[in-house]
Design a protein around this ligand. Sequence first.
Ligand SMILES: *Cc1c(COP(=O)(O)O)cnc(C)c1O
Length: 545
Amino acid sequence: MAALLAFASLLRDLLVTLVLAVCLSIGLREGAIELARKLLLVVRQLPGINWVIGWVLRREVRGFLRQLDPNSFKTGPKVGLAIPQKGLSQEKLLDELKRRKKVEIDPHTGKIFAYVYTSKDARFDTVEKAFDLFQWPDSASNEESSQDSKSAIVKMFFHAFMHENALNPLVFPSLRQFEVETVAMVANMLNGDGNCVGTVTSGGTESLLMAIKTYRDRARSLFPSIKHPEIVAPLTVHPAFEKAAGYFDVKIVHVPLNPNLTVNMTEYKKAITPNTILLVASATEYCYGMVDPVEEVSQIAMDKGLPVHVDSCIGGFMLPWVEKLGYKVPVFDFRLPAVMSMSADVHKYGLGAKGASVIVYRSASIRKYQIFAYPEWPGGLFASPSMAGTRPGGNIASSWAVLQCMGQDGYTEVAKRLMEIATHMKEGIQSIEGLYVCGTPHMTIFSFASSDKKLGVFALADLMETKGWKIERQLETLHCTVLPSHTLESANDFLKDLKEACLTVKADPSLAKKGSAGVYGMVGVIPDKAIVKDFLIEFFNEVYS
Ligand SMILES: *Cc1c(COP(=O)(O)O)cnc(C)c1O
């Protein structure tokens, strides 16, 4: 290895020096540097050289970091860190918070020159003082106070780190540790191994934006002949993919569904072209709560040599527990060999504070395409892992805390309860004449529709809203995500009101033309989606004026 390395750098240096010498001797200063740069690019293309340069870089960077902070940047084999089986107690987590907060630089000492702009926060003078000010629930003896104590811990971590900035990973070492550990725990939850890496982002959308950017740049680097990159994804993938496609100039090829709402795999295969750079599947998709046939997608990807991203933004923190509870869940995660990345939202079923999601990659060799680097700014060497520049510390620290205090048992308990409610609601809806549950939902999300022409679902939604419910209207169906705030009682109330509303709507078909039902009904039948798009943009213009 050392010999190879020496040979490569010697070869490189020799060639570059030679060119420099020649250019300088004939008086070409500017040209010399330009030529040397070009030559370097050529040399880098030689087989093996890239690998050697990569190896040298890694060695240099590791050495540099260990020199900076030998404790944080240890060497040795990577071990997968898991969400603790049983959630950690309030006391343990507060001790940990104090320990980690103490390592951080205190911006109020006036010793740092960037990142923190708040003036002294009297309430948060010292860690101790902040603890005293905080209202802690007395005991964790019953379920309610245990819930309260968990949410108090999440708040405390959020508060303690809310002025910290994860833009520069070397300034706040605890923040970096929270992030690395959060990613590792999520990777482990999704059956990834110790080689998985990733980033905590501001939400599912940012995680998906980063995934698309990563695979676009990977394709640019590995397959430069692809000029118009395409990504194959089922019709039901989250609109964030379309957003990413717009931002990063790639094309999403949407695959239609079968009549039973599963993905049409014949069409999926047909959609793959020489321009395809990525295959996408969801676990679950949002519209109907179904896990896509990820196993089949992975098989196709293996055959074609393509990577797969699984969007488990909404299912990532639910499906693992649903599976452990014994429900039938198709394999959807890193157990499948072509799955190279996954997204999972801490701020959904991770039950964390808003503004937190995780994007996980199978290895650093893929994540490297996510990282933005710009070494020519007079303000210093700039690099950033995700969309944001400043990255709020509160979201990262509280994400770590929620995983620690929930524990796998805590999440499984929530999953058990919500699955029972979901099953109860689906059975109730199915038993109402004229309504049916769409497709075959795999977890706590489902939608329902009407098989009776006289029973318009949008009229139904309007009526339900007069009874105080907030109803999620989809293109042709109504959507329910079962949330921790739901109970069997609230489910029964819902079913009772729904049954009544169905009778009212059937008795008065004119309701389908009135109120928002009229608008939704009309929008649904407009064939020109460009007009609907303009309508939406105008709508947002008005709403925010
Ligand atoms: C919610 C969701 C997203 C987007 O996440 P945000 O946090 O809202 O940005 C992406 N994919 C799926 C399946 C989702 O349910």
